[in-house]
Design a protein around this ligand. Sequence first.
Ligand SMILES: [Zn+2]
Length: 687
Amino acid sequence: MASTVNNPFFARSTLPYQLPPFASISDEHYRPAFLQGMTEQLAEVGAITHTADAPTFENTLVALERSGQTLSRVAEVFFNKSSSDSSYFTNDLEEELAPLLAAHADAMRLDPALYARIAALHAQRSDLELNAESLYLLDRYFTEFTLAGAGLSDDDKQSLRDFNSRLSTLTTRFEKNLLADTNELALVIDDVAELDGLTDGEISAAAEAARERQLDGKYLISLVLPTSHPYLASLTNRGVRERLLAASRARGIRSDDAGAASDNRPLVIEITHLRAQRARLLGFDSHAAYVTADETAKTPGAVWDLLGRLAPAAARNASVEQADLQAVIDAEGGGFELAAWDWAFYTEKVRRAKYDVDTAAMRPYFELGSVLANGVFYAAHQLYGLTFTARPDLVGWHPESRVFEVTTEDGSALGLYIGDFYTRDSKRGGAWMNALVAQSTLLGTETTVVCNNLNVSKPAAGQPTLLTYDQVTTLFHEFGHALHGLLARATYPKFSGTNVYRDFVEFPSQVNEMWMLWPEVLANYARHYQTGEAMPQQLVDRIQASSAFNEGFLTSEYLAAALLDQAWHRIDADTTVTDVARFEADALASVGLDNPAVPTRYASTYFAHTFSGGYDAGYYSYIWSEVLDADTVEWFKENGGLTRANGDRFRDRLLGVGGTTDPLEAYRHWRGRDAELQPLLDRRGLN
Ligand SMILES: [Zn+2]
């Protein structure tokens, strides 16, 4: 068993910035490191509870914060890999580990001796002379343990453990089914003529993707996570568009002869039922009530109020847009009624006709390398004085992941940024940020390693990577999370980087999107990949003019998904849903978001955010934090925009705070008042 001796997870990495030693990590290392890591942490917690000494902040909270370092090391690397470069091995291990990790978390959070110590400290918190961050840490532990069920009877705790274990197995299976179906249902095209409208680069990428699956001479369109596929905007063949959308929407609903292997419907029903039962056990009416109690929203009613206030206006705006699109079809003598698979295609036509904006014409100005270095990094340099230097000598988890060193103005090091931008069969859909090494003064880790994953189709060999408008937005967005992770300063690992409330965490990343079209930034990165010419000012002006265009559709499809997520999690423990499609249709109809031409951004059976991604009863978070985002963008605009002074203020009062304080207090400190709703209504045309 050489692996237990030479396991790279058993000690801190000695590479720069504690970058995990990817070159020496292999599959055999994960399982023993997880098992050892859990055993170690339980022993560390045992040492806290078995002492005869009275509880102190130091011997309980600080000791807890120091515990579990082996487990953190392996978990951060493994879950990064299982998301970004999975294999049969990681899928199986993830499914095996899910109940073990859930039981491990329960063993700590449901430990009566540990809870008694935390509760005792919490009761005397005002006499402990703690600084603000330490006091907040105590408060967070007490709240989280209480909500996790630490105060329940032994019998109820056993029921809770059973719920948690079963749920972790089901949500892992949901994710696995979704990845399987996403690959399985990728669209195979026989005749290149059917791909009319795609660029040469996209067509050769489709040919290459088919070759990789031994489908030589054919073309393969990979599916992406939301319902809408980017190619729906350009494919001229209506039948192909219909097939592509149908494939996207068919994920998780196939009950084939092989025993319904990837049918997510029974999982959705069981997951939501178990979550409702667990919420009742913990004293809440619904899972949504349980979740929002520990968010800035506080109640499902507050969430419903905001979403319900926006939905009618969004649906109305979408109907107006729909009429515009139908008018184009009729003027062309199309002779058909606009369907969901036509929306993006005719939207592009109207965009061209009404605003003279052709988003495809922008792509030559959005070459990945330039967007990254001269756009994303440049804006961070102007605002926060950061410099990014490629470190090709440092190895990431995949040959396509690229490592950059991040330094501040005075040359001191902040950490590493790793970008992994291309899509592959082994990567889950969507885009995200995660940390491989978290900053914490307590643990002596002053620098961090943060990562961004995107799903950009790889160009054919020798061709440049030209991003779509949406992909550029996504890159700025995910990089906003990365900045939050890089700039936050915390004593305790619990508060490092982006460890903030889920309905707050999207706020800094959304704010970072504003720099994409900021004139000074855009002029710096949006250059034609062949001629080097700047994007014509006219094109820029038109993009700005059309920025509210199609917002009815976009807001509606998002709100539909957010409300669907809430609906699934507002059911009580006595309700048993039997028909997923019916439940979904009823939920959408009840809020007027059931226009068949505007499908929900995710349907239940491929709604990874809510059934496997940790956004259960929390998909509302995006628009919730967009209220803060829009209010903040207005502040930047009123105060001179892209300046070091503005960046410093945002860094000092908001990004740099990480999770160390109540986020709405941090917001007030940054903005000088609570956020107002009006800027969001203006931005989305919802007045
Ligand atoms: Zn985000």
